[in-house]
Ligand binder design. Structure first.
Ligand code: NAD
Ligand code: TDX
Length: 336
């Protein structure tokens, strides 16, 4: 089987490429990534010389380049490529629409033209908007995205749905909750807090810190996508989540405790505009239909993740580049 994986140099994509080559050593993987600030081929050093792995530095909005990649014969597409950070989408929405909507359409057109056995769109629970104190997101929850990021992801999802309904493309859409684990870019909550706490820097908490996210270890997301590729019913959406709802404050305090750092580092800053209050996934469909079960429990998963960042300080200090410093200064200027 030949898989075209887009965004395979990013956080979840690189974990997925490594996972798939381990689970299915006979599969061929073509990793297509334009290497934005979030793409890092260092994540894939251990497999770069494998004969069944190739990398192409290609932008998914470049229809000509994407078309030529499909000419080699692709069985399955898994689209991770995206602009993925909510705060950046508030500062600069345009590139989110370009990659997450237009890029998806370019991939769908190529998949339609050349034919694939499955096209999997990796989406997010954020397309459902926000929950109140009770209830969970099911696959039937209406799409009510609140940020430019989630609106652009919802746009991509709707195109995927339309290519199935109109052209019969064999698609699945997965909607996962917040991931954590190795190789996550230090702009996202968990790696940001770990990296800043280690150097005794202020830890920015948006609003009252009581917003809730439903956390899933990245490898469990990868195993769910593997199942969806092979067993997902064509045209269906699958929510993915491990029933691990935690407030942001709980996450930050857990990290501080683990690193033996003081809570006085916590700094409350201006809230994120349009900040969704609570996410919580109902994973009944993927659990019952496809037999998916997460392996990692949150308490051990977060400890392992903290340890990974401690052991791989070089990885994250190197990517805190000039671009990242400039972004962070701008982000802070908006909040303080
Ligand atoms: P990431 O930002 O770490 O990685 C995104 C990757 O896409 C990068 O390697 C980047 O270079 C690449 N990319 C961006 N624009 C591109 C373009 N135009 N052409 C080709 N490549 C491009 O993101 P992530 O956290 O790994 O998320 C991956 C996917 O999973 C995204 O679609 C995201 O919406 C979805 N998702 C993420 C989470 C999460 O918690 N991180 C949860 C649910 C769903
Ligand atoms: O400095 C911070 N302080 C803070 O309080 C940052 C970066 C975040 N937060 C809060 C905002 C959120 O409530 O922490 C929570 C998590 O924030 P992010 O790590 O930015 O993630 P989130 O906005 O929940 O989106 C993530 O999960 C869903 C991914 O970035 C998306 O790509 C995915 O779709």
């Amino acid at each position: 089987m030949k898989l075209l994986v887009t965004g395979g140099a990013g956080f979840i994509g690189s974990n997925f490429v490594l996972y798939m080559l381990q689970q299915h050593p006979d599969y061929q993987i073509v990793n297509v990534d334009s290497l934005t600030y979030a793409g890092n081929l260092e994540n894939l050093k251990s497999i770069e010389n494998k004969p069944n792995y190739t990398f192409s530095k290609t932008d998914i909005t470049d229809a000509k380049a994407v078309d030529s990649l499909f000419q080699q014969g692709i069985d399955v597409v898994v689209n991770f490529a995206a602009e993925s950070h909510v705060d950046r989408s508030i500062l600069e929405p345009e590139v989110f629409v370009k990659t997450n909507v237009l890029g998806t359409q370019v991939l769908l057109d190529a998949a339609k033209k050349y034919g694939v056995t499955k096209y999997v769109q990796v989406s997010t629970d954020e397309v459902y908007g926000t929950l109140g104190d009770t209830g969970l997101f099911t696959e039937k929850t209406p799409l009510t995205p609140n940020s430019p990021y989630s609106a652009s992801k919802a746009g991509g999802d709707l195109l995927v749905r339309a290519y199935h309904e109109t052209f019969g493309l064999p698609v699945n859409i997965t909607r996962c909750s917040n991931n954590y684990g190795p190789y996550q870019f230090p702009e996202k909550l968990i790696p940001l807090i770990i990296s800043r706490a280690l150097s005794d820097q202020a830890l920015p908490i948006y609003g009252d810190g009581l917003n809730i996210r439903d956390w899933l270890y990245v490898e469990d997301h990868c195993s769910a996508i593997d199942l969806v590729i092979h067993k997902g019913r064509v045209g269906e959406v699958y929510n993915i989540g491990g029933n691990n709802e935690r407030t942001n404050l709980h996450i930050v305090k857990t990290i501080l405790q683990e690193l033996n750092k003081p809570e006085s580092l916590i700094t409350y800053v201006k809230d994120r505009p349009g900040h969704d209050r609570r996410y919580g996934i109902d994973p009944t469909k993927i659990t019952q239909e496809l037999g998916w079960k997460p392996k990692h429990n949150f308490e051990t998963g977060i400890k392992e993740t903290i340890q990974w960042y401690l052991n791989n300080k070089e990885w994250w200090t190197r990517i805190q580049s000039g671009e990242y410093q400039a972004y962070y200064a701008k982000q802070y200027a908006e909040r303080l």
